[in-house]
Design a protein around this ligand. Sequence first.
Ligand code: TYD
Ligand code: MG
Length: 470
Amino acid sequence: MAKTQSVYVCADCGSEHPKWQGQCVSCGVWNTLTRFTPSAQNSASGANQARAISVSLARPSSGGGYSGSETEVKQLSEVELINSPRISSGFDEFDRVLGGGLVPGSVVLMGGEPGAGKSTLLLQVSARLANGGNVLYVTGEESLQQLAMRATRLKLPMDKLRVAAETRAEEIAALMQQYQPSVLVLDSIQVMQLASIDSVPGSVSQVRETAAFFTRLAKQAGIVVILVGHVTKDGGLAGPKVLEHMIDCFVMLDSPVGSRYRTLRGLKNRFGAVNELGVFAMTDGGMKEVSNPSAIFLQRSDKPAAGSVTTVLWEGTRPLLIELQALVDDVQGGYPKRLAIGLDAQRLGMHLAVLHRHCGIALNDQDVFANVVGGVRVGEPGVDLALILAVLSSFKNSPLPADMVVFGELGLTGEVRPVANGQERLREAFKHGFKRAIIPEGNTPRPAIKGMQVIAVDSLLQALDALNET
Ligand code: TYD
Ligand code: MG
């Protein structure tokens, strides 16, 4: 029989190495390699257990692809489509991020920092789901007492939801067999353990094998498994790579420092788009949905301020108004700083080069700071024009009109490019009382929006001219 070889896995990036070494050569972090014995012993025994349990868990088969029986080859068109309706989580914001609800037989990983509100949100979701279905909420981090206290405080219906405090994966599988839930919540994957894996909970091998174990159970029994995953301070899940490829959806609950708002973003989704953003508020009564997020990210005073520009993002299927702020100040010794929070600092540097080369405005003796108010993270280039105008506004200490929005992508030749869904963005701004807009030529609304003055530009220079005239 072939001897099983140990590999050394980095707890930070998940890369594998044949030998132990102090530093991971893939990500450069020190002292993160731990020994891991894959295949034959460990994973096979886990797989066998999963298989044994699944035989009795099996429900009306959902395609049989994971059953471990004989392999069939079919033409794609011959594959029977099983129309399993999505299960609503009871929160529209959560459903939208998932692409329309929970899909039976899928695994959802919810990541977030401690205190983000993962347990709170999932307890609320579970209580709502338990009303119409069979839900098992397993916590490995809190006692049942604590769970009940929280549920009472949140005034959740408690008579239908089944809960258990357990960290042993095999025991949880036995509970699943006994209670046959259609939704299983595991809080959190980092404290769960398989007895057959000889390493501590939270280590790469435990996390990997336990997640694989529950993934198999989810597929075989056709149930939804929601895993909670704590995120380490540098933003990665412990054993990130090993989890991400396994699960179907990865949603991240972000908690901006000092804000009571939480954003839920899809980072991976096998059943829908990944760019949706859900917004919640953490209140005394738990997590509440925010259905009109533009209103909260835009609590501006009516007095215009230099360095502040309102822009419209496109988040998945809807527009979102946000305020960008920039501060430009004389360099305080050393190199000029370029710092961006919620934005791409490299893009900021690129825009400053465009500003210099194409408009003749040099900021090489200035520090430049940029921030998105409300803690939203912006990934789209549609904010480029607004960002550079915010920088200029601060530099010249000259505010933009309070009723003006700006959007558009900036190219390296100084051109302003159109963005997707321009009309909808403009309409959203108009709805929130904005009467003027600087936008790309290609996004000119036809027909015009009554009551809104649209200034269409095709270069940064034109945008600056337009500003000077206002
Ligand atoms: P929690 O759900 O325990 O976070 P996680 O599971 O992501 O670690 O939420 C913890 C925080 O939420 C805690 O700091 C208190 C706050 N909170 C409220 O503000 N209101 C509430 O109703 C609840 C339950 C928690
Ligand atoms: Mg928790």
